[in-house]
Design a protein around this ligand. Sequence first.
Ligand code: UD1
Ligand code: UDP
Length: 371
Amino acid sequence: MDKKIKIALIFGTRPEAIKMCPLVKKLKENIFFKVYTIVTAQHRQMLDSVLELFEIKPDFDLNLMKPNQNLWELSSDILLKTKEIFEKENFDLVLVHGDTTTASLSALSAFYSRTKIGHIEAGLRTFDKNYPFPEEINRVLVDSVSDLMFCPTDKAVQNIINSGIRKGYYKTGNTVIDALFYVVNNKPVNLDFIGLNNNLKTVLLTSHRRENFGKPLENICLAIKELIKKNKDIEIVYPMHLNPNVRNTVIPILKDTERIKLIEPLDYAPFCTLMKKSHIILTDSGGIQEEAPALGKPVLVLREETERPEAIEYGGVELVGTNKKKIINSVQELLDNKEKYQKMSKAINPYGDGHACEYIEKIILDYFHQD
Ligand code: UD1
Ligand code: UDP
């Protein structure tokens, strides 16, 4: 091969950055590749903290985030700004990640530019267009324009096959496990700054999904308030997402409540340490559903549907939803029932062996060698 393969990795939010940065590093090691990092900065602070952790300086920074942005403007900005770069750079392959607006609009833009597209974390589905919103449709769109689909699990591969796609799909595991192992093994962190009480069990909470805005998030907060009243031996830590739709609901209900710590989003390394220290994790996050089983932490998912059913089948994760009573009962049961707790914390991690980036690198190389 005389010419280097020009690969762009494009991402914009915290979870995409966490899952793409290890891949940027891996692909950069390969002498056959010329690797470019493009960030839309759909997120700003939460993206920058990950770039800093992995010591990655983007080649292009679109700097698009606006306060309380909406899907329409963000989408059109991504489409137009990526057009300029794609036309100028003429990449051989554009890699996008997951199901965000950055992923779907960058993939569409690359498709319009007649560029080959690879989808990292392909094949996830709930088969309900409203859960999660708008992510389910974003992932369907990305898979439908992709040439290479890197699926984390067998189920994800099967979803791709069932959708009628005949080639280009591979099972690689999820790069989030690569990121998690890298951070846990290389970036130890002291959590003293949070001021946890070591005599209490830590319950970690995160919630940020659009379909949970309003009443569902209110239910979550009210459930938490009752649980803290009933259980004097727990404390709840909630690193709040920066989205104002989250904060405007959470802060009025939970502020100044004894043994509830509302804190700023944590950098990824302290967050991993906090997951490791936690007794139970309550979340509507996608990424945390994948990481927690790898750390042996039981997860109760505060959503009606999940595109990550594997960990439920393996026993480490339970789908609870956003009904207040259901949340209270599920958390209480996990606090009281030692046998259930042991079982959930010993479940197997179905999301990969920490070498997904290597597998992806090899597949890309083979793909271009065959051309
Ligand atoms: C986005 C993704 C969601 C993903 C989540 C990860 C879409 C439609 N949504 O949702 O799939 O699960 O990221 O966290 O792509 N903000 C800041 N600083 C930041 C980040 C966000 O101030 O670093 C605030 C801004 O006011 C911003 C708002 O949060 O406008 C919403 O950000 P946006 O990316 O549109 O939505 P998320 O809820 O973060
Ligand atoms: N995370 C973090 N700090 C926090 C909360 C979460 O670094 O305060 C990490 C978490 O470990 C996971 C990712 O952010 O890797 C998940 O991001 P988020 O929940 O925002 O998005 P989702 O995965 O739901 O798309």
